[in-house]
Design a protein around this ligand. Structure first.
Ligand code: PGA
Ligand code: ZN
Length: 418
C-alpha cells in the first residue's frame, strides 16, 4: 500500500488569466499534480467555486484561502491514506466539507486534490492515467465535438448561440478525426477572411467573427465543410451548445433572434434548423429549470437528435435521475468541477451509461494545460469529448493527449460509437 505523505497547493492561472488551484499529492518520493478549470456560463446547480471575494489585491478572484485549506486541513486529513483508494479519499473530502454544493471548502479546492490523487495512483502503479478508471480493456477513443465558432458568453460578437461545433462522424481513427476538423477550420478561416470578418478566436479557440445571427454562422460552416470535400450531415455533422440559461426571460427565449418567443415557437424554429443544416446534436436547448420544455423538445425530435444536458444535469446524479424519469434528454455533458470529485463523476458516468445516455466529457471555458479529461474520456468509454477548437494550447493539449493514447493502444485503438 502506498500512503499519502502530504498535499501541497499553489495558486496558478487559467486560460482566461484568472487565478486557479494546482494541488500536488506526495507519496514516498513521487508526486502528481492537477489544476482545476473554471466555467463562465455556469449552471445554478453546479458545486460551488470558492474564491477570496474580499481580497482586493486580486479583485476578488484569488484562491489563496482554498490553497491554505489544502496545505493545512486537507493535507493533515489525507496523511497516511491509501493513494489507490480513491473512493475513501473522496469520501473524506466530501465529509470534511459536509455541504450539498461543497460551499464550505469549495468544489475547486476538493477537485484539484481528487484529480491529483488519481494521477498519482496511476503513476505509482506505472500505468497510463486512462487505464486507472473503470474500463480495463477494449478502450475506445471519443469523437471530438470541435468548437469552431464562439458566441454567447464566450465571445463579444452578440451571436446568440454559444458554441457552433463540428463532429467528424466518418473518421476511423482519432488522428483522422482531428485531421478532418483541421481541414474544415482552415477553410472556415479563409471564408471568414474573404467575407472580411475577423479571424480572432474566443475563449474556447473557435473563431469569434462579428456575426450576430445564427444562420449566417451556420451557412459559413456548411460552406467550409463542403469546400473541404466533406458531406455535411454524413462525413461531418454540425452540433450546437445553445447555453439557453443565458437566453431566457419569463419562460420565453431569445435563441433564434433577439425577440423573445415561447417554448412551442422556439421548438418549431429548432426543428427547422435541424432539418436545414443537418444538425445532429444540441446541448442545453432550454434553461436548467424548464423541465417541461426539454421533454416537449425530445419528443418533437423523435429522439433522433442528440440532446445533451449540461447546465440541466450539472454532472449530478440526482438531477440526471429526474431527467431520465422526465424523458428530458438522451445525453449528458460531464464536467468534473460541476460536482467536485472524481468518484462522484465516475458514478454519474456509470449511471448515464446504464440508462443508455451518451456521455460527453467536457472542458471548461476557463481551462488549463491539465489533460486529465482526455484520459477520463478513454478510461470511461465516453462517446465524445468537447474540448474546443484547434487553437489555444489549453484546448490542443487534450487533443494531443488523445493522439498519444491512440498511439499507446496501437492496433487495439478503436473509435467509440458516436
Ligand atoms: P462554461 O462553458 O465552461 O463557460 O460553462 C462550456 C459549456 O457551456 O459547455
Ligand atoms: Zn454547455
Amino acid at each position: 500500500m502506498s500512503k499519502i505523505n502530504r498535499v501541497v497547493a499553489r495558486q496558478v492561472y487559467d486560460s482566461r488569466g484568472n487565478p486557479t488551484i494546482e494541488a500536488e499529492v506526495f507519496s514516498k518520493n513521487l508526486s502528481a499534480s492537477a489544476i482545476c478549470p473554471s466555467g463562465a456560463s455556469t449552471g445554478t446547480f453546479e458545486a460551488y467555486e470558492k474564491r477570496d471575494t474580499n481580497n482586493k489585491k486580486y479583485i476578488g478572484k484569488s484562491v489563496l484561502k482554498p490553497v491554505e485549506i489544502i496545505n493545512n486541513l486537507i493535507s493533515k486529513k489525507l496523511k497516511n491514506q491509501n493513494i489507490h483508494d480513491q473512493e475513501k479519499i473522496d469520501s473524506i473530502l466530501i465529509k470534511l466539507d459536509g455541504t450539498k454544493q461543497k460551499t464550505k471548502l469549495g468544489a475547486n479546492t476538493i477537485l484539484s486534490v481528487s484529480m491529483a490523487a488519481k494521477k498519482l495512483s496511476a503513476k505509482i502503479k506505472k500505468i497510463p492515467l486512462y487505464k486507472n478508471f473503470f474500463v480495463k480493456k477494449n478502450f475506445k477513443l471519443p469523437y471530438p465535438l470541435m468548437n469552431i465558432i464562439n458566441g454567447g458568453a464566450h465571445a463579444d460578437n452578440g451571436l446568440r448561440i454559444q458554441e457552433f461545433m463540428i463532429r467528424p462522424d466518418k473518421a476511423r481513427s482519432f488522428s483522422e478525426s482531428v485531421r478532418m476538423c483541421f481541414l474544415v477550420i482552415n477553410e472556415l478561416k479563409s471564408l471568414l477572411k474573404k467575407n472580411q470578418y475577423s479571424t480572432n478566436v474566443g475563449d474556447e479557440g473557435g473563431f469569434a467573427p462579428m456575426i450576430s445571427d445564427n444562420e449566417s454562422a451556420l451557412k459559413l460552416i456548411v460552406q467550409a465543410i463542403k469546400q473541404s470535400g466533406f458531406k455535411n450531415g454524413k462525413d461531418i455533422s454540425i452540433c450546437l451548445d445553445v447555453a439557453a440559461n443565458e437566453l431566457m426571460k419569463k419562460e420565453k427565449y431569445s435563441i433564434h433572434s433577439n425577440k423573445f418567443i415561447n417554448v412551442d415557437q422556439t421548438i418549431k424554429k429548432y426543428l427547422k434548423l435541424i432539418k436545414k443544416y443537418q444538425i445532429k446534436s444540441i446541448e442545453d436547448p432550454f434553461s436548467e429549470d424548464d423541465w417541461n420544455a426539454w421533454t416537449k423538445f425530445l419528443k418533437a425530435t423523435n429522439n433522433n437528435t442528440q440532446i445533451i444536458g449540461d447546465d440541466l444535469f450539472v454532472t449530478n446524479l440526482e438531477r440526471l435521475k429526474v431527467g431520465f424519469l422526465n424523458l428530458s434528454a438522451n445525453s449528458i455533458l460531464i464536467k468534473l468541477n460541476q460536482i467536485g470529485t472524481v468518484t462522484e463523476t465516475l458514478e454519474v458516468i456509470k449511471f448515464a451509461q446504464l440508462i443508455g445516455f451518451k456521455t460527453i466529457i467536457s472542458h471548461r471555458s476557463g481551462d488549463t494545460e491539465d489533460t486529465f479529461i482526455a484520459d477520463l474520456a478513454v478510461g470511461t468509454n465516453s462517446n465524445q469529448i468537447k474540448t474546443g477548437s484547434l487553437a489555444r494550447s489549453e484546448r490542443i493539449a487534450k487533443y494531443n493527449q488523445l493522439i498519444r493514447i491512440e498511439e499507446d493502444l496501437g492496433r487495439r485503438a478503436k473509435m467509440n460509437k458516436i
